[in-house]
Design a protein around this ligand. Sequence first.
Ligand code: PLP
Length: 393
Amino acid sequence: MMFRNSSLLRRAVRQVSILRYNSTIAPLDSSRLTIEKTKQPKQKLPNDKLVFGRTFTDHMLEVEWTKENGWAAPKITPYHNLSLDPSTIVFHYAFELFEGMKAYKDKNGDIRTFRGDKNMIRMNKSADRIALPTFNGEELQKLIDQLLLLDKDFVPEGKGYSLYLRPTLIGTTASLGVSTPDKALLYVIASPVGPYYSSGFKPVSLEATDYAVRAWPGGVGDKKLGANYAPCVKPQLEAAQRGFHQNLWLFGEEGFITEVGTMNVFFAFQNEDGTKELVTAPLDGTILEGVTRDSILELCKERLPADEWTISERKYTIHEVEERAKKGQLIEAFGAGTAAVVSPINHIGFRNRDINVPVALGTSGELTAQVAEWIRKIQYGEEEYKNWSRVAK
Ligand SMILES: Cc1ncc(COP(=O)(O)O)c(C=O)c1O
């Protein structure tokens, strides 16, 4: 091959070296999966003994990553302890992120996940934010499908029952230096869980919290980092001591409403002209990009009559909620997340004042019950909606 001049030659050499460099950095590749089945299958618990996140299935998925070689061959092996050097970077500087998603058994016995592609996108955003490696989300979904097929018998049957999936990514460099991890471990464990509300909805009472802040502009509240969760436990305990179930997280002097506990939050208002508005906070960097939130927004925009309802992602404050409750314009409110789908709210305490939130159906508002049912039907494959429910194959 002849090169017309030396700059072309230089460009060709650069191309070859880029190709050679990339070929050694392996992408996450589900076709390299190896499976070692357990020789000691665990006893499966009856549905009424399931406690969230306490027991796990027979197997787990693991994929190691190194800066030098990229993603290693994925492995499914019997569920086991991890062995890590005490200096490992995850223990000291919180190089950890996770996802929370669920698998459901449909009436044919097939196992389905709900909008896992959204979890993969969010997981990659979290990874990128703390300098951990990113990966092809579809490949991780294929690997999760294989774990689900292997541990299929652990997916409990029945309305509200599911297998909670916890994809996790940690930095595993053994060093106390605060720097970019050059080793990481991606793993997925799975826990059979029962319905959040075993006997119908139980509405919750919230403390509007302004002395502790969950997330702030320029921070990482929109990422699913383990480091976001530990600091929220003490304010929750304090709220519980004062008789509230959860914190309604406020931000700023204005008292903007952001989230509730570990859920996104929605309020429904009646307008003076008789129309209604469903409101949730916008994704401004302080709000976790909830999959349930997104699903509720989309279904409500599509299914609620447009001449009656406005669906808004806008900033709103505890003062607006208090004002509108006083005027009788607060219709209902609910938290939204994978664990419960929706969690009805019946009371908010704010600076020693009470805001009572109507629950028209006794334990929830009408819209709260309606969206819960819309989403449940798609999750359990009773209704096919777009590509939101994926059957593990
Ligand atoms: C802080 C926070 N907000 C909102 C959510 C709801 O997100 P999703 O609907 O994706 O479960 C969660 C739960 O994952 C959360 O931890």
